[in-house]
Design a protein around this ligand. Sequence first.
Ligand code: HXC
Ligand code: NAP
Length: 262
Amino acid sequence: MTTFRDGLFDGKVAFVAGGTSGINLGIARRFAALGAKVAVCGRDPEKAARAAGEIGTDALGMSADVRDYGAIRGALEQARSDFGPLDFVVAGAAGNFLAPALGMSANAFKTVVDIDLLGTFNTFRACHDLLNTPASLIAITAGQAEQAMALQIHACAAKAGVNQVIRTLAIEWGPDVRVNGISPGPIDGTEGMARLAPNPEMRAAHEHRIPAKRWGEIDEIADAATFLCSSAASYITGTILDVDGGSSVGDAGRMDIAKGLA
Ligand code: HXC
Ligand code: NAP
């Protein structure tokens, strides 16, 4: 783990939507380790309670579906009431599965768009008057926002929308509220990659294309979130930070062809 100053987030309050597992739980855990009071939220109350227990005795585990504005508003209000005004809000809830467009019902497409895109809007819209400014908001997006990918039409459309939510709110809510995104590459040990690369062959194919030649670690996403919420990022808003080993720059698999020519 990269070292940030102990107590960097002492006195801060963080709310992480989708923070009950995976990448977002890693961010929540890091914020708590640096001194913040942290609330995490997902649909499953038992999973939320387990996540809060793992983060620490002070953490709050809550249940709300980000597709339901009233429910996520209620969870944010609860965090505000228990911990005080919110300094950091992460919108990270997402759903995904591999399916071709012709194998996807209208409701299947809508389900992912509603969780990822509407859920990000709801989380940010509902938190605004509960913030302690200057505040930092982070949405977790993905490379599919910019690069179309087969079997991912729902996630591509949803995350492209998330990127524009980030940029629009950075304009509307500045200067007191900074709004940024993190776009992770394939991250080891996550539900997302268990779904998108469910066998060793698919994993190897992914790795081959990444300039860094490996999947990322949850801690590397937590590093980026810590940076974006720290004063070191005080002049950064409306940015989408790719933490993807260079995947978004280009396909490193092409190097094999280039080597053959050189
Ligand atoms: C086709 C599918 C499907 C599949 C579900 N559906 N799975 N269609 N192929 N594999 C359809 C259903 O048939 C239904 O349509 C509609 O989707 C809604 O399904 P429900 O099960 O009712 O939805 P819900 O209970 O809301 O669950 C949402 C979910 C589920 C997305 C389907 O998988 C979930 O809860 N996921 C959360 C965890 C997760 O996905 N984590 C990974 C995030 S990672 P019909 O027409 O039958 O009603 C990630 C990676 C990003 O985002 C990018 C990496 C590079
Ligand atoms: P994960 O472990 O499945 O985490 C998803 C979280 O969202 C869980 O806490 C889940 O809890 C919650 N959630 C799902 N649907 C929800 C809903 N409708 N309302 C409220 N909470 C909901 O996923 P992950 O793989 O770590 O991915 C985390 C984030 O990173 C996502 O935004 C994903 O798109 C992004 N990302 C991941 C990768 C990767 O390599 N994994 C790459 C790029 C981007 P419940 O199930 O209890 O609701």
